[in-house]
Design a protein around this ligand. Structure first.
Ligand SMILES: NC(=O)c1ccc[n+]([C@@H]2O[C@H](COP(=O)([O-])OP(=O)(O)OC[C@H]3O[C@@H](n4cnc5c(N)ncnc54)[C@H](O)[C@@H]3O)[C@@H](O)[C@H]2O)c1
Length: 378
């Protein structure tokens, strides 16, 4: 009997003739080829993966695509953020040419956000743009980076400085691959999950509180429901504002300080999600002061992050260094960092400018209040 694995939910990113499905479910990798054929894809494809993911999943992915009639080439880059580089990109162009990838061919990104961004940008730029499919293997890639069409590489001067909007043809999120994701990477991805509750959906936030134990234990039934809701929210935000003219900026909640912590702390010290968790705790505290978020709700945000084993206390970075990093961020306009702040759970305001004095004061006092709250009420 022909089976397409167990799709538990299909979320559609509605973008007119560039709309695409996100398939979410179990054992989907083995059926990635048939799913792609159903989506109208065929011909030659190049799977791009990294040195951690390829030994685990390249054979299954290649087999699934070949089994469905695709001619398959593979390309490998070292695992890790440094691979989002011009050097790796140009090596992939060489390989694509050597394999005979033409304008009808397809790039398949099999990996976390690094592979999705790099392979996506390869697809966006090679021969002025060819089609690509995302097979995200990290939690962060499933709930965030594989959806929405942002692709790109880093420059020595900074992250994501070269890129393009290029939507995939489909996203295939197989929950089973999360079993091999290192625990720290998995937990880090949960920060982005919490973010969706805060920025868009208070009910979902409540659901996350209820199922925090299952989430932490990586119960794949819980995880697949959670991934599906995150993708629905991201799909809706992208539908309304594909190129970040306004609404899409809500996705940056916790990221203004989070990016600065990643940067000033030295890349590699904190994972992205860990820095974002600290940034969200901070943004919640600033929100109480500036946008009227109830203190009880700010505490709920921090409590959930803690339950998910994410860091919330500010790191040992000097405010001046973070401040400098925030004003260098590419999303800063006119040298003033913009904060996404919460008004209530599920509702945020995207363009808050807050006086530097207030920002500093919250930064310098938040750890003490977080500790009191930890000792006193939990
Ligand atoms: N395009 C976007 O909209 C967007 C959004 C958020 C983040 N990003 C980008 O995403 C990147 C971070 O993504 P990430 O956190 O997935 O990092 P990553 O791709 O480096 O993956 C994290 C680590 O986990 C490994 N891995 C991934 N899946 C695995 C699996 N199933 N089993 C075993 N190991 C596995 C990887 O090899 C890597 O070592 C950053 O470059 C960031 O800029 C992009």
């Amino acid at each position: 009997m022909f089976s397409l694995g167990m799709i538990s939910q299909t979320v559609t990113v509605e973008l007119g003739d560039r709309s695409y499905p996100i398939w979410i479910g179990r054992e989907l990798l083995a059926h990635a080829g048939s799913l792609c054929v159903e989506q109208g894809l065929s011909g030659l494809c190049m799977i791009v993966s990294d040195s951690h993911v390829a030994p685990l999943y390249m054979a299954a992915c290649k087999g699934a695509l070949e089994g469905a009639g695709f001619a398959v080439e593979t390309a490998l880059v070292p695992a890790g953020e440094p691979s989002k580089s011009q050097q790796q990109l140009f090596a992939l162009y060489d390989q694509a040419l050597a394999c005979g990838l033409d304008r009808k061919s397809i790039v398949v990104a099999l990996g976390g956000g690094v592979i999705g961004d790099l392979a996506g940008y390869l697809a966006a730029s090679y021969l002025r743009g060819i089609r690509f499919v995302q097979i995200p293997t990290s939690l962060l890639a499933m709930v965030d980076s594989s959806v929405g069409g942002k692709t790109g590489i880093n420059l020595p001067q900074g992250k994501n400085l070269v890129g393009a909007f290029h939507q995939p043809e489909a996203v295939c999120a197989d929950m089973d691959v999360l079993r091999t994701l290192p625990r720290r990477e998995y937990v880090s991805g949960l920060a982005e999950v919490v973010k969706y509750g805060v920025i868009y959906d208070a009910e979902f936030f409540g659901f996350l509180e209820e199922c925090a134990d299952g989430l932490l234990a990586c119960d794949l039934d819980v995880v697949s429901r959670v991934v599906a809701r995150c993708c629905e929210i991201k799909a809706e935000v992208v539908r309304q504002d594909e190129r970040e003219a306004g609404l899409r900026a809500i996705l940056n909640f916790g990221h203004t300080l989070g990016h600065a912590i990643e940067n000033a702390g030295g890349y590699g010290v904190y994972l992205h999600g860990e820095a974002v968790a600290m940034g969200m705790a901070y943004a919640a505290w600033v929100s109480v002061r500036e946008t009227g978020l109830q203190e009880a709700d700010a505490r709920r945000i921090v409590r959930l992050l803690r339950r998910l084993e994410l860091p919330v206390e500010m790191p040992a970075c000097r405010w001046e260094d973070l401040q400098r990093a925030m004003t260098l961020d590419k999303k800063v306009s006119g040298g003033v960092p913009r904060f996404v702040l919460a008004e209530t759970l599920g509702v945020v305001n995207v363009s808050c400018t807050v006086e530097e004095r207030a920002l500093r004061q919250v930064y310098e006092t938040i750890n003490e209040s977080l500790r009191e709250f930890h000792d006193g009420s939990e």
